[in-house]
Design a protein around this ligand. Structure first.
Ligand SMILES: Nc1ncnc2c1ncn2[C@@H]1O[C@H](COP(=O)(O)OP(=O)(O)OP(=O)(O)O)[C@@H](O)[C@H]1O
Ligand SMILES: [Mg+2]
Length: 274
């Protein structure tokens, strides 16, 4: 079939591991007006994230982590400063940079399969068969093949976050932005997901910016852990985590990093939970 100059994609092409993006956040500031005055959520924050790097952001509530993530996603605009993804300014949301939130934002009227399929429907170059194959691949990657016909309300919190992860991965973004994705889950479910996310990150090569209040989680997942200080929100300190992967959340070495990071957080006058 002739497709009038349009490139016809295939499931195999769609599933290729593509190069992750590099991010450059340059002097980004953002303030909000509220009843109690102006809040400087981010004050000239600069940060470089390398291709395929896993960066974790920790810091007290209200120090601007979600604001920064939303600006990288293109969901919010900074007052000043720029975000570059692969050298190009981010001005709007794009399929190259997808966000996964704490509360799963799944569509309750679609089943598990339908939710993962949904973002693929926005890809005009794929046939329906290709879209199905791609969705199946990601459901298998997150271990939910058995539940593909389940309704969202039948799933546990951990399963919902797995569906959210599959849905975020399905369009093959170069950057994954994760805002406390595991915060509402029990410890055991979280531990399983730490293992899975490390495997998926290795297999699919994404640049990940991951927000968490859980210092151990940050040390388990991140190449670097950045500590934010609040009011005004700034990056205060950074820790490079030089442990081999896959990392075990319960390892002694990891606990050592977590202790140092927690100390740094406390010295900012705030405590982190988790
Ligand atoms: N849409 C908004 N309108 C007004 N103020 C806002 C808005 N979004 C964020 N803020 C304020 O900006 C500051 C940073 O908020 P942000 O949500 O980025 O913090 P956070 O680090 O993600 O916090 P948490 O850890 O609780 O999620 C806070 O003081 C918050 O009240
Ligand atoms: Mg937040």
């Amino acid at each position: 079939m002739h497709l009038a100059g349009r490139h016809r994609s295939s499931a195999t092409e769609e599933l290729q591991v593509i190069a992750p993006s590099k991010l450059a956040i340059e002097e980004v500031s953002k303030s909000f007006q509220s009843a109690s005055g102006t809040v400087l959520a981010l004050d000239r924050v600069s940060l470089n994230v390398a291709e395929g790097e896993f960066v974790c952001l920790v810091g007290a509530s209200g120090c601007g982590k979600s604001t920064l993530l939303n600006i990288i996603a293109g969901l919010e605009k900074p007052d000043s400063g720029t975000v570059l993804a692969d050298g190009k300014p981010v001005t709007a949301p794009g399929r190259d940079r997808l966000v996964m939130f704490q509360e799963s934002a799944l569509f309750p009227w679609l089943n598990v399969f339908g939710n993962v399929l949904f973002p693929l429907k926005l890809k005009p170059n794929l046939t329906n068969k290709d879209r199905h194959d791609v969705a199946k691949y990601y459901l298998e990657l997150v271990g939910l093949t058995r539940f593909e016909r389940a309704n969202i309300h039948e799933l546990s919190g951990g399963m919902k976050q797995r569906v959210s992860l599959a849905r975020a991965l399905a369009p093959n973004p170069r950057v994954l932005l994760m805002d406390e994705p595991f915060a509402a889950l029990d410890a055991l479910t979280r531990e399983q997901l730490y293992g899975d996310i490390q495997e998926i990150w290795k297999a699919r090569r994404k640049t990940i910016v991951f927000v968490t209040h859980n210092v151990r989680e940050a040390a388990c997942l991140g190449d670097r852990v950045l500590i934010f200080s609040p009011h005004p929100g700034r990056i205060q300190e950074e820790f490079a985590v030089k442990l081999p992967r896959p990392r075990d959340i319960n390892s002694v070495d990891l606990a050592g990093y977590a202790t140092r990071i927690t100390k740094a957080l406390k010295s900012l006058g705030k405590t982190a939970t988790g």
